[in-house]
Design a binder for this molecule. Structure first.
Ligand code: NAP
Ligand code: MG
Length: 403
């Protein structure tokens, strides 16, 4: 059997711990036997980040901008314990944060649905994708404790030195105060990423905030979305047969729960933080969440939503068996290969991505799964396999479907 050809390389961002082990197995068993894989490889494993002063992370993000499609393995975000464990010269920033800052994208998270893993919300039949605005608001706030008798004011100094003041509160008793901001440029790029991704997925886009209470701040988000929609996307949405609509966050929550899914739900930073955990949990498993960073010009970085599965890695390193779920990482690869295929007009590559996903789901639906899924699967006949056995079962299914 001849291998599927590629024309443009994928940007490959390798990572850490258990997911790094899965990464190699996925390539060896599920990609390399079938695809004449072209990648530009960047090692974002913590040791190499340390060695390059984290330059490798920046280089990989610029490569993603250059080639347009990247696939990323989960990586360690160092904390004090990691600085000690790896003897780091400094507490390097989160690679995802660095990549997002360079690519200027929005992260879209969606669950992978499979028979036997039932959403807690019975009527959800299709994935719900959360788009979280990843800049500003309470994540870049300034806050203070305020003693009784204080007056808190909002002061903005214009370039010409003139001051604009607004009273926040005259404090009779002790209290607290908080200031936060956002930027038009960031909201605009968030909006464009959302509209583009909705067109790409051919799914409706919802955007929610609390503009009835926050009449300037949240209302500004709403206005920017509406303006960009009207000026740049309304026609394309009509052609694609999808809709954009704005609603209050509390109304959105109620509607989402009653829906059958299948929409993209754009959220402000805090709302997206909360709602993405709610959606992931309600669909059944964090190990089944995919994640893609889409920038406003349509460049893509695919990954799994979960981390490096540290506890499993320590067991693996001690020679113990692990049963780690590789599905979200496999779907990161299939997502990236399909996107590469679409951009380069390689129908075979797109078809392979479809087959890889179908084979993965077929294995789980046949009752063969990793332990995390075994614990929640409602299939009457099921068994758990180890990390590598699971990947090999998918390979057999792929070979069967190819012949
Ligand atoms: P995690 O790697 O997502 O794992 C948390 C727990 O969830 C695991 O211990 C495991 O539970 C379960 N789990 C997650 N993914 C699984 C999978 N594929 N298969 C089976 N079980 C899975 O989060 P963490 O342990 O908090 O973080 C570990 C490292 O990942 C940290 O250094 C963090 O910085 C990094 N991280 C990276 C990213 C990223 O690169 N995008 C995202 C999040 C975290 P059991 O142990 O109970 O089986
Ligand atoms: Mg969170």
């Amino acid at each position: 059997m001849s291998k599927i050809q590629m024309t443009t390389p994928l940007v490959e961002m390798d990572g850490d711990e258990m997911t790094r082990i899965l990464w190699q197995w996925i390539k060896d068993e599920l990609i390399l036997p079938f695809v004449d894989l072209k990648t530009e490889y960047y090692d974002l494993g913590l040791e190499y980040r340390e060695k390059t002063g984290d330059q490798v992370t920046k280089d990989s993000a610029y490569a993603a901008l250059k080639y347009g499609v990247a696939v990323k393995c989960a990586t360690i975000t160092p904390n004090a314990a990691r600085v000690k464990e790896y003897g780091l010269s400094q507490m390097w920033k989160s690679p995802n944060g660095t990549i997002r800052a360079i690519m200027d994208g929005t992260v879209f998270r969606a669950p992978i649905l499979v028979r036997g893993v039932e959403p807690y919300v019975k009527n959800w039949k299709k994935p719900i994708t959360i788009a979280r605005h990843a800049y500003g608001d309470v994540y870049r706030n300034t806050e203070m404790s305020v003693p009784a008798g204080s007056r808190a004011e909002l002061v903005v100094t214009a370039p010409d030195g003139t001051e604009k003041r607004a009273l926040i509160h005259d404090f009779a008793g002790d209290g607290i105060v908080q200031g936060m901001h956002n930027l038009d440029a960031s909201i605009e790029s968030f909006a464009r990423s959302c509209f583009r991704f909705a067109l790409e997925k051919k799914e409706d886009l919802w955007f929610s905030s609390k503009d009835t209470i926050s009449k300037i701040y949240d209302h500004h988000f709403k206005d920017i979305f509406q303006q960009i929609y009207d000026e740049e996307f309304a026609e394309a949405f009509k052609e694609a047969g999808i809709t954009y609509f704005y609603t209050l966050i509390d109304d959105a929550v109620a509607r989402v729960v009653k829906s059958d899914g299948g929409m993209i739900w754009a959220c402000k930073n805090y709302d997206g933080d909360v709602m993405s955990d709610m959606i992931a949990t309600a669909f059944g498993s964090l190990a089944m969440m995919t994640s893609v960073l889409v920038n406003p010009d349509g460049k893509f970085e695919y990954e799994a939503a979960h981390g490096t599965v540290q506890r499993h890695y320590y067991r693996y390193r001690d020679g113990e068996e692990t049963s780690t779920n590789s599905v979200a990482t496999i779907f990161a690869w299939s997502g990236a290969l399909r996107k590469r295929g679409e951009l380069d007009g390689l129908a075979d590559l797109c078809a392979f991505a479809d087959r890889l996903e179908a084979a993965t789901l077929a294995v789980i639906e046949s009752g063969v799964m990793t332990r995390d899924l075994y614990l929640i699967s409602t299939l009457p006949e099921k068994r758990t396999v180890n990390s590598l056995e699971f990947i090999r079962a998918i390979r057999r299914e792929l070979e069967r479907s190819a012949s």
